[in-house]
Design a protein around this ligand. Structure first.
Ligand code: SF4
Length: 380
């Protein structure tokens, strides 16, 4: 057993670093180095909430245009609460993990109906809102309202486990809870005098994790305001931490995406109300990797008359627990007739782009469709 394992096995009550010592250096560094981000231009809890939810699975640069558009279309909590489903899904299109925005709308309705339209101003009350967990509640409470509470995410776990050479599994809730408690205690101790702020500390952790204590590359320790406290750095073992043991391998699913169209219209369908990508629109995507004959048979099985087929490039999409490995075909049919049978609908190819939220999982095929307008030829 290593010294560190001893420290965190028997003597867990004696943490390696007094976290109150890192508060001031991190806040001072943040004051000078903070990134200029659209959601940092004010302290509106609604703005911080939207940004934090968007950032959960998406990079900062990618989030910026979505964030601006979302707030332009839905500038208040009430606008979000009353927004129609199709419009909401369209606003979220490209961000993925649509349950996030459904939960946001449910929480917006809670705020309007149960809180009289007043945004909760502390972590405990924020945790009662749908889809808001400990990290998001901590981020909103500290940044918008200055409450001395932690916001423990992957950045914090990485930085602290490196600082302390903590070899425990960061997938364990008990480890996260303990970090949350220790950071909150440190913030209460250091921020009471007003020199450092919980907002600067938590956002400093976000910036440190994004630009210095990097997740998938060697950290830039010479730029780190915490390097003098860091045991992993002192021992040259920065990238050995954090340890993640609980992550399950993703399940692989093979699918064949079919762009079935005539001259002007394309066939799409709505997914089931529950489960992966619930209630969103999709191109038909039977399970397995179909060959040409099987793809043609599938279209014929829908009562259509395929006349031409073209193979499209394979694509992948990674969900949290599943990976889709996709092949695809464009299938031209003679004519669709007036309407498709439920759950399918026929829509103008242009309409897909304007009005229907097609999940990012299909973006390779969606983009192909956008490039190859209604009159592109298919191979025989
Ligand atoms: S010194 Fe290096 S490893 Fe340690 S917290 Fe800073 S960037 Fe991360």
């Amino acid at each position: 057993m290593s010294g560190n394992e001893q420290k965190y096995g028997k003597f867990q009550e004696e943490p390696a670093v007094d976290l109150s010592r890192i508060v001031d250096p991190l806040c001072s560094w943040y004051d000078v180095r903070k990134r200029d981000l659209p959601w940092r231009r004010d302290r509106e809890p609604y703005h911080i909430w939207v940004s934090e939810i968007m950032l959960q699975q998406t990079r900062v640069e990618a989030v910026k245009p979505f964030y601006e558009r979302f707030l332009r279309e839905l500038p208040t909590v009430n606008d979000l609460a009353v927004c129609g489903e199709e419009r909401l899904m369209k606003l979220w299109e490209g961000l993925g993990y649509y349950s996030r925005v459904r939960n946001m709308q449910a929480a917006a309705r809670q705020i309007m109906e149960e809180q009289g339209g007043i945004f909760p101003d502390n972590k405990e009350e924020l945790l009662k809102l749908k889809g808001i967990g400990a990290y998001t509640a901590g981020a909103i409470a500290s940044i918008a309202f200055g409450e001395p509470v932690a916001a423990v995410d992957g950045n914090v776990l990485r930085v602290i486990t490196r600082l302390e050479m903590d070899a425990r599994d960061i997938m364990k809730q008990s480890v996260r809870t303990e970090f949350d408690r220790r950071i909150t205690r440190a913030l209460r101790k250091k921020c009471a005098a007003g020199a450092s702020s919980p907002s600067a500390f938590n956002q400093g952790m976000m910036d440190l994790g994004a630009g210095v204590c990097l997740p998938n590359a060697a950290p830039l320790c010479e730029e780190c305001p915490l390097s003098s406290f860091c045991q992993a750095h002192a021992n040259g073992v920065e990238t050995d931490y954090p340890k993640k043991k609980g992550a399950k391998p993703r399940r692989i699913e093979n699918r064949t995406v079919l762009l079935i169209r005539d001259g002007e219209r394309i066939l799409i369908r709505k997914r089931e109300k529950k489960g992966l990508l619930a209630g969103l629109w999709e191109f038909p995507n039977p399970e397995g990797h179909l060959d040409r004959d099987e793809a043609v048979s599938y279209a014929a099985g829908l009562g259509l008359e395929p006349v031409r087929i073209r193979e499209l490039a394979p694509a992948r999409h990674i969900f949290s627990h599943i990976e889709w490995h996709m092949t695809g075909y464009e299938i031209r049919v003679a004519s669709f007739g007036e309407e498709a049978e439920q759950p399918y609908v026929l829509i103008d190819t242009e309409q897909v782009r304007r009005e229907y939220a097609i999940p990012t999982a299909f973006s390779a095929y969606y983009n192909w469709l956008a490039k190859h307008g209604a009159n592109a030829d298919a191979d025989v």
